[in-house]
Ligand binder design. Sequence first.
Ligand SMILES: Nc1ncnc2c1ncn2[C@@H]1O[C@H](COP(=O)(O)OP(=O)(O)OP(=O)(O)O)[C@@H](O)[C@H]1O
Ligand SMILES: [Mg+2]
Length: 371
Amino acid sequence: MNSETNAEPGVRIANLTKRYGAKTVVDDISIDIERGEFVTFLGPSGSGKTTTLSMIAGFTDVTSGDIEIHDRSVSAIPPHKRDIGMVFQNYALFPHRTVRGNIAFPLERRQVPKARIASQIDDALDMVYMREYAERYPQELSGGQQQRVALARALVYNPAVLLMDEPLGALDKKLRDWLQGEIKRIHREVRSTFLYVTHDQEEALSLSDRIAVFNDGRIEQLGTPQELYESPSTLFVGTFVGDSTLVRASDAQPVAGGLTEALAYGRRVAGRGSLTGEEGAVLIRPENIKLIPADAPTPDANCALPVSLLTATYLGEAWRYEFRLPDGSIGMAKVDGATRTLQPGEEALAVWAPDNAVVLSYDDRHDQFRT
Ligand SMILES: Nc1ncnc2c1ncn2[C@@H]1O[C@H](COP(=O)(O)OP(=O)(O)OP(=O)(O)O)[C@@H](O)[C@H]1O
Ligand SMILES: [Mg+2]
């Protein structure tokens, strides 16, 4: 098995580009993934996630740039010699082989001695709790069971890197949640480098050590789930990862304390960041907004905007309120506690502390403002 430490290079991607004709679908991507890390490629449809993964796997030719796995450039190495395992969305099991036969395949291909094959298969089956299904054929299994077999088949030869492209995409939510937990457990057990593709931000947040947010063939931000959620570097990342309220604002000016102030609907609004003169947007997470009566005084140093409440949704430990901002866009606040304090239809003030918000450059490539 691979090294236990995190400091060694796992997968290094340098200036990776893919063009189809005149269209650049992966645009000069560079990323260093440490050995044993769990990194997720997150992004909308068509942003280049699968193409990038497929170049790492060796199924798609690189237009330019380089890929190293464990300090070895793999550009000239065929897929089955790259020390990777791969799991796809659609199981891709061999229909005429049993579960055992499917998992045996990569071992046979690597000419593992027969005597060792059986025990390695048993270990892989145990890892995904599928030992009792060993003699069944894929069509005799549910989708979730097939995907567990696909996982066992990808892991049975202890690859340095496991690539997974939306492996849970075809499964229902309950099964997906359970298998997410299983994938995390397996990652902890095998300590290989996991590279995972999804367009589901909740899945990315719950699984990953770090997330690379893809947009239009580029990595827009690479960071831990917490970094992306608390300190998105662009409006695209901020709105793609997690819920938020956006307040469009003008005349942005940096002020003391790492904050930027701007104007929205004649009021001063502020958040973390450094923006000058541009049109900006203040992004506030739902749990960082307080709703207070419309005629209450704004607490010192906080920002406040008048809003009208639209809906109140009971979440058990909290209430989620949706409200309309003065420009008609919709915002969201999550308020702890079991008692509903405000009614739909009421006017209120949405209040936040500038330290709990981010001011970002307004970017109309992705008009995320709902009206
Ligand atoms: N063989 C191909 N020939 C031409 N264009 C392609 C080819 N494969 C992919 N593309 C284009 O490359 C872009 C990126 O595709 P890719 O499959 O990497 O996106 P993705 O991020 O995986 O999207 P999804 O979430 O829908 O799976 C898309 O615009 C796609 O149409
Ligand atoms: Mg894809």
